[in-house]
Write a protein that binds this ligand. Sequence first.
Ligand code: GUN
Ligand code: ZN
Length: 450
Amino acid sequence: MQGAADALVLIEDGALVVDGDGRIVYCGEFEKLPEDHDSWNVVDHRPGFLFPGFIDTHIHFPQTYAGDSYGGGQLLEWLNACIFPSESLFADPEFAREAAVAFCDRRVAAGTTQAMVFGSAFPHAQDALFEETRRRGLRVVSGRGVQTAGPDSAAALITSEDDAVRLVSEEIEKWHAADTGDVATAMLHVAVVPRFSLAVTTETLKNLGELYDSVRDRGVYFHSHLNENDRPGTGEVATTKEMYQVGSYLDTYDGKFLPGSAVGGKSFLGRRSILAHAVHCQDVELARMAETGTSIAHCPTSQQFLGSGTMPWKRTVASGVNVAIGSDFGGGDQFLLTQVLADAFKVHISEAGDDGISMHPAEMLFTGTLAGARALDMEDRIGNFDDGKEADFVVVDPRAWPPLQGVVEKGVRSEDPALARDQTLFALLMAMREPAISEVYVQGRRIDVS
Ligand code: GUN
Ligand code: ZN
């Protein structure tokens, strides 16, 4: 991703000009602003830094209160002991409504201006999420997490096959582009979200595949988990391949979910499909994701928490798949995507031998912003400060977080201006914490924590 480093721009005394429709009409040096700016409403953010809003491509709404849950094991044990019981609490509409407020508050505090949100099984909870998101002026892509199979601890989350399709269909009709009526301008979008192949059946995959195929042209999304945990004996990858008798986990989302990877229905893959984790992929799976334009939500914080391993960075990126960042909260314990990117830096520099890489700070920033916009097929709308894009940005004020102020103002910098710039960006990304995110804007409108 040398491209990210080449494309990086730092403007010391910059200006971002937003028109009445919330679109960027100028991003450049303050000095070079058109002369008529005296009449404009000018907000002076100095000594703050403006970043494009962060884009989280994988986060769980019904796990708002489930971060840092201890289950005494890895993924499947943790789901059973902690997550299914936590998500079942969303059956209470008042609990779900309060969680929607808390979830949006944490997003705003972290500067996450857009997110692919893995939803609750309960339609009233999804209503609360979409309503609160709209009320706050945020963006979201979300869909109810579908489960038609699973252990007793997930009983409250499981529906019949018929209800699974009906409820997803109703969610699409109710919320997809509900705010503007036009998918190209909407802030609210719906996704079809089977929890993972182990939580559904071949019948569910067939029925949801048909539904997805019928709404693809309306810009509906697809989201799920892939190749996350392969612990010998109880791992999710081996269990999935055994249960479906398929050659690859990805086949189950690619319409080839019958024994021997025989075709049993429609594929979910495409430009509006995001698969979380992809830690243990075969080359054929990466190639198929690249071919179909399916993106990966890379979730290193969660992968460490659940002992899921390290997604091989170089090999995955080299395959041509778009890799964006995901907090995977509550599998991860951080809403703040710069902290998730800091984890990415740490795990990938620690990969063995030639696989290890010192990520360039521009690559980290790209992964947390424009790659997310690309994963959501919204690169024409958000992700950076190109003219004509919608003005989603965060203001980072080092004075609000002294450890950040210290590294920004007093850290040693190279004599080489390009390296000095990279060092400043790296320090900002690594040392930023929520208090330093002093303002958050979506479509040019300031969003506040409630
Ligand atoms: N796989 C299926 N459900 C989940 C979940 O809630 N979190 C994570 N990290 N992986 C999953
Ligand atoms: Zn997840």
